[in-house]
Write a protein that binds this ligand. Structure first.
Ligand code: ADP
Ligand code: MG
Length: 268
């Protein structure tokens, strides 16, 4: 299979949407897997206490495992908390353990509370991993964990579920991105929107996707992720859908989306 082009610089994405169940984690791990399958080095940072990204990548997230929590506390380096996924030697994950559940509150008292993650994402930390892509999977809130992700990233990727109420809450998310740009990270760019869980049988899905495209234009990836049962089965096997059923519609579309992402970010 053809390799995907390397980006001109390391691309760090925050996958954000304060709505739960819109496909943040699914998109983070499957885009990561698609890029890793095609020769790019990818690190997924699990910033959600539920740890679903860690589970889908099959890495250890038992309590006591070095995780993103210790990284935020400054006790462990990003490198030392990274585990390679058994799905690809190019695919790494910093897991989230149950300890992260308290972090949202603990962070409030900490020095540099909005930029703890950024402080950990130094070039040294990346030394051996040298990822081309970093995906930070956020919890379904706009709290300090998500702010940390937005401060540490250059790009935001918003998954939008093609359903009723899809656009509800989006203005709040955009407002938060704006605030982070103004006060904490002027380089942050809403670069990518991915339409997820598209059901072609409903008129509504088409309406939502048309509305999103009209509003956001080229920011929206051409590839749309269909609703596909294989996508929802994969995590219970500790796998991405690309590993679980590579021929499924879900896997093929995430592969297409990852190619599109790579082509957009290709070095000249
Ligand atoms: P979030 O991280 O935004 O909360 P998830 O990625 O965990 O959302 O997705 C929510 C649920 O929907 C999960 O059970 C997931 O397996 C399922 N799911 C996500 N994308 C699809 C899809 N394209 N087709 C079918 N099920 C999906
Ligand atoms: Mg999630």
């Amino acid at each position: 299979d053809k390799q995907f082009p390397k980006p001109s610089h390391r691309r760090v994405f925050t996958i954000a949407n304060q709505k739960g169940g819109v496909g943040k984690t699914t998109s983070a791990v499957n885009l990561a897997a698609g890029l890793a399958m095609h020769g790019l080095k990818v690190l997924v940072i699990d910033l959600d206490p539920q740890g679903n990204a860690s589970t889908a990548l099959g890495v250890d997230r038992r309590s006591g495992t070095p995780s993103i929590y210790e990284v935020l506390l400054g006790e462990v380096s990003l490198k030392d908390a990274s585990q390679v996924s058994d799905q690809s030697p190019n695919l790494w994950c910093v897991p989230a353990t149950i300890d992260l559940a308290g972090a949202e509150i603990e962070l409030v008292e900490m020095h540099g509370r909005e930029s703890r993650l950024k402080a950990a994402l130094t070039d040294e930390a990346f030394d051996e991993l040298g990822p081309d892509y970093v995906f930070i999977d956020c919890p379904p809130s706009l709290g300090l964990l998500t702010v940390n992700a937005m401060v540490a990233a250059q790009e935001v990727l918003i998954p939008i579920q093609c359903e009723y109420y899809a656009l509800e809450g989006l203005s709040q998310l955009l407002k938060n991105i704006d605030l982070v740009q103004k006060h904490l990270n002027p380089d942050l760019d809403l670069s990518t929107i991915l339409l997820t869980m598209y059901d072609g049988r409903t008129k509504l899905a088409d309406q939502v996707s048309a509305e999103v495209r009209q509003h956001f234009g080229d920011v929206v990836l051409q590839t749309v992720i269909p609703r596909n049962v294989k996508v929802s089965e994969a995590p219970s096997f500790g796998q991405t859908v690309l590993a679980y059923d590579p021929g499924s519609r879900g896997a093929m579309s995430y592969l297409d989306a990852s190619r599109e992402l790579a082509e957009r970010g290709a070095a000249e």
